[in-house]
Each structure stands twice: as structure tokens, then as C-alpha cells.
Design a protein around this ligand. Structure first.
Ligand code: TYD
Ligand code: MG
Length: 454
């Protein structure tokens, strides 16, 4: 039968459909489906031509961890799982203007200064612009090699014969273009084909490859989502452009954990590492204000203290009460409000509720329940929580306060930052679980039920 030569591809999620429609059934985005030529099957015919076979091996046998190269930027190395792995591919995604190019130029310079051969290829900026940026950031790395190109065939033929390259940065994958694919740069077909060629080269030549990808909401550019399965690690660089903080978060990592974060601050001298995020996140906190509480949280293996703020105001007329949440889960807030109302008698259903985790971090831990509850109770009663206290603990549907992991690490961080009181879940079976020993100077207030807090 005759192969179709055209197909329709969603530019947001990569779903393929046989006919055009206004809305993508797979991801629900509107106006993202465009017609694309079917990719040439050169790769398929190459595959048919080889008859080498594969080798089958037993499960037991020697296995060694992949060789890694630390970049020297600790906040990045932690998220990578200890450094860049040779012949591996990392996708760094994020909103335009968030600081991806800055981060990677700084990383490239750091590695190049350490004597590694690093190639930085930009499809977005001219070489002069990159040099000017480096000058402004006072980056010095004469050994760093720059190129301005969008042509993947040219890039491949240049790098094909190089054997000592440690890192190649492609900024960004959406600007790259392969002449064998008949669609515009940034389309799913181009992004896929360009990624495929570059990844193949990285595996063959053994260098680490970093692909920069823009995330856009309007679907005009192929989202990095279509590449996620092709690469070894996916990191998102997040933050609010109005804020200084930038957070690097691993969404996928074949060579490390995905729950670590790296924290940076964007300054006029580029990105600065923030080895102690708690101090930064709490820097703008004003004591003695009702509706604020400090959460002793955990990001990956690292304790992080964050301020959570709640604001209540009477709802307007017959409207449903508003629940506006930044940095936390709306469903979780609804649950907590219901528990406070039915189990603790705190009337909140006639109130609009605004909740905000300061600093731009998104909190996903159930352990934040108790701190959010403290902020809500404080807002409802008009009584500030005590300035030197931190909160952590999960709240169950009957109002019981449950244990959360790593109490010791959270307490130590609180003590380090000068807090005096920690409000936390009560140990149920003291005989079997070792009692939490408070670090010097920190008093523990162990609670069994949310009504104890009210
Ligand atoms: P950039 O790295 O170009 O973002 P991306 O590659 O993700 O699109 O950084 C963009 C913003 O960062 C830019 O609007 C200005 C700001 N910035 C600083 O605040 N300080 C600096 O030293 C640099 C280089 C950029
Ligand atoms: Mg950029």
C-alpha cells in the first residue's frame, strides 16, 4: 500500500493524527496541530542494511558507575547527580528570559577554565553578543569555543572528527534546522530530527550534550515535552522573572535522583549559587504579622525553610469563596479548610482565601499541611505565630497530625537559622521509634491533633 506523505502533528505534545482539527485530543491544546511532511526513512533503511546482530548478556556481571565530570557549580552538580555524565544528553528547559543561556555560558566557561574542551553553539545569538555577555559577567575562559549556527548538518560534520570534546551546548534546540526535514525550525519534526542527530553524535563521540529548550504556553514552538523520552535527563529552570530566585529541578534523570533542586539568584553579575536557600527565602520575612508561618521543608535531601502566607477576607455576596494559591496544591488547601472547619470549628467557608509560598518555590510535600494550617489559623484569629517557630507535619482527614520523613534534618536546619520552637507531629510509639532529640536551643511542641494548634 502507498504510504501517506502528509500527517498532522500537535506542536505542543507531539501527538500524530491523520487529519487536522482545532483542538488536540491528546493534550487538549487549541490551534497547535499543523500539517507536516512524513520524515524520510533513511534511518529505517540503514537499519535494514546491517546484519550484525546483538549480543545477549547475563544479569550478573561487573557494572561500574558512569564516569562523571563535575562542572564545579555545586547547585548544578547536585541536580545532575554529581556532574555531567560522558556521552549523555541533558535537556534544560524553561521560559524564555529565565536565564538558561546565562547558566550554560557560566557552566561552559567553568569547565573550559578547568582545562576541558567545551563548545558552545548558539542559534539565537551572534558570537559578538555571546562575547559581550561573557564580558559583562566577567567570565574568562579563552579556551571556550563558540559558534553561531543553526545548521545541524554543519555542526555534525564539524564535531564528527573531534575526539577530545567534553561538553557541547546547543542553545536552543528550537532554532536548529536539518536540511533533510521539510518543515520550519521549532516544529516537532525539526526538533525531533535535530535532537536525534545531535544525540547520536554525542553517544558516538562520547561528549556530554546539553540541549536548551524553550517552554512556551502558546504551542507555537515544539515543547521540550516531545524530546523528554529521547534524552537522559530533563531539567527545568524555573522562577518568577520578577523575583531573583531561580530553581533548577530535575524532572527525569537516568543517572541520579529527581528530587534535588539547585538554587540560584539572578544578579547583575549573572547567576550566583545559593548554598543556603533558607536564609534567602526567609530574608524578606517580617515578624509579628498575622497569617504567616515558617515551614521546615525538604527539597530532595536538603532541608529548606520557607514562609507561607495566608490572607482571609469576607467573600463577596453570594459568590463562591475564592481560593487563590501560589506555590501549593489547590485541592490540598480545600481539604485543609474542610478539616479546619469540621474538626476544629474554624469557620472559613464564608471567606476568600489567598495562600502564597514566598520565594517562588512550589511545595509538594504533605508535610507542609501543618504550616499552612498555622498560617490560616493565624490569619483567622489575627494572632501572629511566634516569630521564632517553624512548623511541619501532615494533616489527616480527621484532623490527626501525622509523621513525616526526616524530622531531624528539618530541626537541624531550623536551629541553624536561629529558630527556637518547632511544632511537629507527636511520636506515636516512643518505645519503637527513637525519640526526636532536639538540637540545643530548640524547644519541641509535639501535637497529636490539629485542634491542639487552634
Ligand atoms: P538569558 O540567560 O538570556 O535567558 P534565556 O536563555 O533563558 O532566554 O537571561 C535573560 C535575562 O536575565 C535577561 O532578561 C536579563 C537577565 N540577566 C541578568 O539579570 N543578569 C545578567 O547578568 C544576565 C546575563 C542576564
Ligand atoms: Mg537564551
Amino acid at each position: 500500500s502507498k504510504r501517506p506523505t502528509q500527517r498532522f502533528v500537535c506542536q505542543s505534545c507531539g501527538a500524530v493524527t491523520p487529519k487536522w482539527s482545532g483542538k488536540c485530543d491528546a493534550c487538549g491544546e487549541w490551534n497547535t496541530i499543523v500539517e507536516e511532511a512524513v520524515e524520510p526513512t533513511a534511518a529505517a533503511s540503514r537499519r535494514r542494511a546491517t546484519k550484525t546482530g546483538i549480543s545477549l548478556e547475563g544479569l550478573t556481571g561487573s557494572a561500574s558507575p558512569p564516569p562523571r565530570r563535575a562542572t564545579g557549580i555545586d547547585e548544578l552538580d547536585r541536580v545532575l547527580g554529581g556532574g555531567l555524565v560522558a556521552a549523555s544528553v541533558v535537556l534544560v528547559g524553561g521560559d524564555p528570559g529565565i536565564g538558561k543561556s546565562t547558566l550554560l555560558l557560566q557552566t561552559a566557561c567553568r569547565l573550559a577554565l578547568g582545562g576541558q574542551r567545551v563548545v558552545y553553539i548558539s542559534g539565537e545569538e551572534a558570537i559578538d553578543q555571546i562575547r559581550m555577555r561573557a564580558q559583562r559577567l566577567e567570565l574568562e575562559a579563552p579556551a571556550l569555543q563558540l559558534a553561531a549556527s543553526i545548521n545541524v548538518s554543519d555542526i555534525v560534520s564539524t564535531l564528527e572528527n573531534e575526539s577530545d570534546v567534553a561538553l557541547v551546548v546547543i542553545d536552543s534546540i528550537q532554532t536548529m534546522w536539518l536540511d533533510t526535514v521539510d518543515s520550519a525550525p521549532g516544529s516537532v519534526a525539526q526538533v525531533r530530527a535535530c535532537s536525534f542527530e545531535l544525540i547520536r553524535l554525542a553517544k558516538k563521540r562520547g561528549f556530554s550534550l546539553v540541549l536548551v529548550g524553550h517552554v512556551t504556553k502558546d504551542g507555537a514552538l515544539a515543547g521540550p515535552r516531545v524530546m523528554e523520552h529521547m534524552v537522559d535527563a530533563v531539567m527545568y529552570f524555573e522562577g518568577d522573572r520578577g523575583h531573583q530566585f531561580r530553581i533548577l529541578r530535575a524532572a527525569k534523570n537516568r543517572f541520579g535522583a529527581t528530587d534535588e533542586i539547585g538554587v540560584f539568584a539572578m544578579t547583575d553579575r549573572g547567576l550566583v549559587e545559593v548554598p543556603n536557600p533558607s536564609a534567602l527565602f526567609l530574608a524578606e520575612r517580617r515578624g509579628n504579622i498575622a497569617g504567616s508561618a515558617v515551614f521546615a521543608g525538604l527539597e530532595g535531601t536538603r532541608p529548606v525553610l520557607l514562609e507561607v502566607q495566608a490572607l482571609l477576607s469576607p467573600k463577596a455576596g453570594d459568590n463562591a469563596p475564592r481560593r487563590a494559591v501560589i506555590g501549593w496544591d489547590t485541592g490540598r488547601l480545600a481539604m485543609l479548610l474542610a478539616v479546619l472547619e469540621t474538626r476544629c470549628g474554624l469557620k472559613l467557608s464564608t471567606m476568600d482565601v489567598y495562600l502564597n509560598f514566598a520565594g517562588g518555590l512550589r511545595v509538594t510535600e504533605p508535610a507542609a499541611d501543618l504550616a499552612v494550617a498555622a498560617a490560616l489559623i493565624s490569619a483567622a484569629t489575627g494572632q501572629p505565630t511566634s516569630a521564632g517557630s517553624v512548623y511541619f507535619g501532615e494533616v489527616g482527614l480527621s484532623g490527626e497530625i501525622r509523621q513525616v520523613p526526616q524530622a531531624d534534618a528539618r530541626l537541624k536546619e531550623a536551629q541553624k537559622l536561629g529558630f527556637e520552637l518547632a511544632v511537629l507531629p507527636r511520636r506515636v510509639a516512643r518505645a519503637t521509634s527513637a525519640r526526636v532529640r532536639p538540637p540545643a536551643g530548640l524547644t519541641l511542641n509535639e501535637l497529636g491533633h490539629l485542634s491542639d494548634l487552634v
